[in-house]
Design a protein around this ligand. Sequence first.
Ligand code: NAD
Length: 481
Amino acid sequence: MQRVPITVAYGDGIGPEIMTATLRVLDAAGARIDPEVIEIGEAVYTRGQTAGIAPESWASLRRTKVFLKSPITTPQGGGFKSLNVTVRKTLGLYANVRPCVSFAPYVKSLHPKVDVVIVRENEEDLYAGIEHRQSDEVYQCLKLVSRPGCEKIVRYAFEFARANGRKKVTCMTKDNIMKLTDGLFHKVFDEVATEYPEIATQHMIIDIGAARLATRPEDFDVIVTLNLYGDIISDIAAEVTGSVGLGGSSNIGDQCAMFEAVHGSAPDIAGQGIANPSGLLLAAVMMLVHIGQGDVAEKIHNAWLTTLEDGVHTGDIFHEKVSEVQVGTAGFADAVIERLGRRPKHFTPVAYAGGAPVAVAGRVSVTKPAHKVLTGIDVFLHWRGMAAALGESLRAVDGDGLALTMISNRGVKVWPGGLPETFCTDHWRCRFESPVKGGSVTLSQVLSLLMRVGNAGFDFVKTEHLYTFDGVTGFSLGQGQ
Ligand code: NAD
């Protein structure tokens, strides 16, 4: 049978040890792969390549489209960029999938019955990395959420659930506060859910969702959420299972995919041959399912579960009460290899007959252009003083079809009719709208308003246009408006 080329990086710290062990197990299990090795991490960073990956390595990744990656050590400061973020974004790996499972009683866990998969959006949200300092006091980070981005990740979560026999998908957002961005994610979740009638659905506000995940993780099956929330709750879920060191994860795109352990390069134990290779091995299992070698994946995963319940443990999970023998990295790999073909007795054996989630490429619906009407503009000022005085002075620039309707500070309406108790910074949002409710304005009216604002001596630091889309307001009101 034809071998599938994959790109492999041995990484830093314990990376080479756990990758060697993992590839040995894959080889013994009969994985039909053809690894191509590239260099990433410290050695590349210290050669002055701030991305941590050499330009020529992209050719391998683009050719194989499958990346099995060991952890790397990210140098602090010095303008070095996170290799993970670079690879995810460059290859369009929009879905981060992290299964979190507890392996009690063989691995100590607060919650012995956890089996939850976090599907985290990987490219958007606050991680777009668009930040600005706008005044002496105020800094901002843009949260970008797109309809195609939401559709891709939500559909992926449902496809994953269907392919893996999962029963429920829970969506977590904060749409009671962020009605437009998180609201879109929730809306798309409700829309896409109708295509999967056999799967139960649930929506939770992220704060209570995270709390429940920490206290009743066994209530969850698959969770889909935005980038930042997913980052946080996947660590919560890993922590409650008690097995951060055993976690593997995948980063999936329409064309490429990357598989890695959840943990880092563990420099404190590097070179000692004692690291647990399980995280990377389970990531490799996910890779085998992804490339259509579910048979090999199943064989390895079941042998791994058998090794755990036979009490063959590395030092990080060794516990006198349940462990039989303590082994190092190579010894653990040997133990898994010896058990290839065996099925666990305590744990439920895994079965990967369903295979990988169906490809999602091309399944994002085209967003129909809406009838978009410009109805006003928010002008942000860097200014010091009292709200009432600002309102008074800005009235002077009213005219030519645009009138000041509201001023807010950090989102709270402070004019007209603000309260003296509201704390104000030096960053003011001044909303100008057509005096006719919902009436349209032109770009030249906006430009002449900005000229008048500037000529009146105000320092405007940014503007945001106010639109309606098919008559629906496309901006938030001031808090208290
Ligand atoms: P870490 O995960 O490397 O280590 C945390 C603790 O867990 C350490 O005590 C370590 O010995 C232990 N540990 C981790 N993996 C283990 C394993 N397989 N077997 C046994 N023990 C294990 O986290 P850290 O110390 O915060 O980070 C170290 C370096 O790793 C940093 O440079 C960080 O930037 C990098 N990092 C890389 C990735 C990645 O490449 N995906 C992810 C996280 C951290």
